[in-house]
Design a protein around this ligand. Structure first.
Ligand code: ATP
Ligand code: MG
Length: 475
């Protein structure tokens, strides 16, 4: 059944429902059933003569029929009732464009974009050669609320102020931090290092870079060491990189800012770079701060393999922001990726991600920890950790999680059929584990080549050692 038919059926049950009538009118407009559309909008106006959306609907019908003056009259009427109505301005922009009055078309387009931040009309933008973002930036944008935990004044702020003299010091972009934890925020403690099995070296590295300097500032000063910098963590999928990044929030006694990539990307030209800049600005203004980019490869791709100039600009911007870290060392940037070879080599220069830590599949001790963590909230009969450690050699943490999930599912299904709830049998866990192939193998096959070709500078020597290949410096 078509959606139009579905709305018709619904209208039979509820013929005077304005929302349904509007929905129907718009669906008819899309399919150019102009008479039916007009009928629906007029019915809404009979019920509510001042209904702006129905007026706009009729104005669109006029416009599509080629009656531009009829459309303009209706749209102006809406603006008299609601001066900031973005849809009315958009329609007027189209009307003026069809009459070759470009200046007024742009004027109304800008008013629409400024009135409603979500306005997006690619066809009109294309014809005007102007995006809604351009339009918004030509007007004073609303001020960004102060990020939580911004110090009132002090050296952190001064260090951040005026550091960047580039084009991004104009009105703030749309970006807002999604995950920002100030030091005492109770939510941040839901995951800590105790929830992450293994990775002791990495945990210690993070302590050295950000936790100890805050605990022992005088000691650090005496040895001429400072906080912050850039750490890249890389390794096969499912080995706990994302989990560790979450746990960092529960460990560090300072501000924590984690950025989802969906928060940064912006379809408008220059918007993504602007958002990225805004993120670094927020981190600097809230120093000391840990700034986290999970799956960083999608932001920091090798420029040689990127076709679109937009992506290259983004990488340049990222490099530029990382350079700013040298002068403001109280921000620790942590990036995580399972495709380290995709990263632009420029990120590996000193002062940027100058330290790479390989997150390997968990060794025996780490697997034992992960097994205990996985078992802690499940009924299991006679858990035999050493036997499971042996049966899961080469497994990632995610593989182990899968084994427990699969065994639980099978036990549950048996319980439903027999009517008796029983604990997960240890034998079943072993059987499931022995039948599973570790998911990390393909990653290592690929990494073996990349470790030398993509990083002849020895950046990936840790993984080469793990693979028993000579490190690039030794060769
Ligand atoms: N070291 C670990 N300790 C405890 N649990 C782990 C560990 N490693 C992985 N896990 C489990 O596996 C799941 C997947 O891990 P996570 O998402 O952190 O992997 P990842 O390394 O980020 O993978 P990807 O490269 O695909 O992003 C976690 O939610 C966790 O349950
Ligand atoms: Mg991850």
């Amino acid at each position: 059944m078509s959606s139009l038919q579905a709305i018709r059926d619904a209208l039979q049950q509820s013929p005077d429902n304005p929302s349904l009538l509007l929905l129907y009118g718009r669906a008819c407009l899309e399919q150019l059933h102009l008479d039916e559309a007009r009928g629906a909008f007029e019915r809404v106006l009979e019920i509510d003569p001042a209904h702006a959306d129905a007026q706009i609907g009729i104005a669109r019908v006029h416009y599509l029929e080629g009656d531009t003056s009829g459309a303009a009259v209706r749209a102006e009427r809406v603006l008299q009732l609601e001066p900031g109505n973005a849809q009315a301005h958009l329609l007027l922009s189209r009307v003026y464009l069809s009459e070759n009055d470009r200046a007024r078309a742009v004027e109304h387009f800008d008013l629409a974009a400024q009135a409603d931040g979500s306005v997006h009309d690619p066809a009109l933008e294309n014809e005007l050669g102007r995006t809604a973002r351009d339009a918004r930036r030509s007007s004073p944008a609303p001020a960004m609320p102060e990020p939580p935990g911004v110090p009132d004044s002090g050296e952190e702020n001064e260090a951040a102020q005026g550091f960047f003299d580039d084009s991004f010091d104009e009105p703030p972009y749309d970006w807002r931090p999604e995950t920002f934890f100030a030091p005492g925020d109770p939510q941040r403690f839901s995951t800590t290092f105790a929830d992450v099995g293994g990775m002791d070296e990495l945990k210690e590295e993070i302590r050295l870079k950000i936790i100890y300097p805050l605990q022992y500032p005088d000691l650090y000063k005496a040895y001429g060491r400072s906080t912050g910098g850039g750490i890249l963590i890389y390794g096969p999928p499912g080995c706990g990189k994302t989990l560790l990044l979450r746990a960092v929030a529960g460990e560090v006694p300072c501000n924590y800012l984690s950025v989802g990539l969906h928060e940064i990307f912006d379809p408008y030209f220059g918007g993504t770079e602007g958002n990225l800049h805004q993120i670094f600005e927020t981190a600097r203004a809230n120093a000391p701060c840990v700034l986290v980019f999970d799956d960083v490869d999608s932001l920091a791709q090798d420029r040689r393999s990127v076709r679109e100039s937009q992506m290259r600009n983004l990488v340049n911007q990222f490099l530029h922001e990382m350079d700013g870290m040298r002068d403001n060392q109280r921000v620790l940037v942590i990036g995580a990726t399972n495709q380290p070879w995709q990263l632009d080599p420029a990120f590996r220069r000193p002062g940027r991600f100058d330290q790479a830590i390989f997150v390997r599949p968990p060794d025996d001790a780490a697997r034992a920890q992960i097994i205990v963590l996985q078992a802690r909230d499940k009924p299991i009969s006679n858990l035999d950790v050493p036997a499971l450690v042996e049966a899961t050699a080469g497994f990632s943490g995610a593989d182990i999680e899968w084994v427990f999930g699969r065994a639980a599912e099978m036990t549950l299904s048996a319980a439903i059929h027999s009517g008796h709830a029983v604990p997960i049998p240890m034998e079943l866990l072993l059987t499931v584990a022995r039948s599973h192939t570790p998911s990390t193998q393909n990653w290592f096959d690929g990494m073996r080549d990349h470790a030398t070709q993509a990083a002849p500078d020895g950046f990936f020597n840790e993984v080469r050692k793990y693979l028993n290949a000579p490190s690039t410096k030794e060769r």
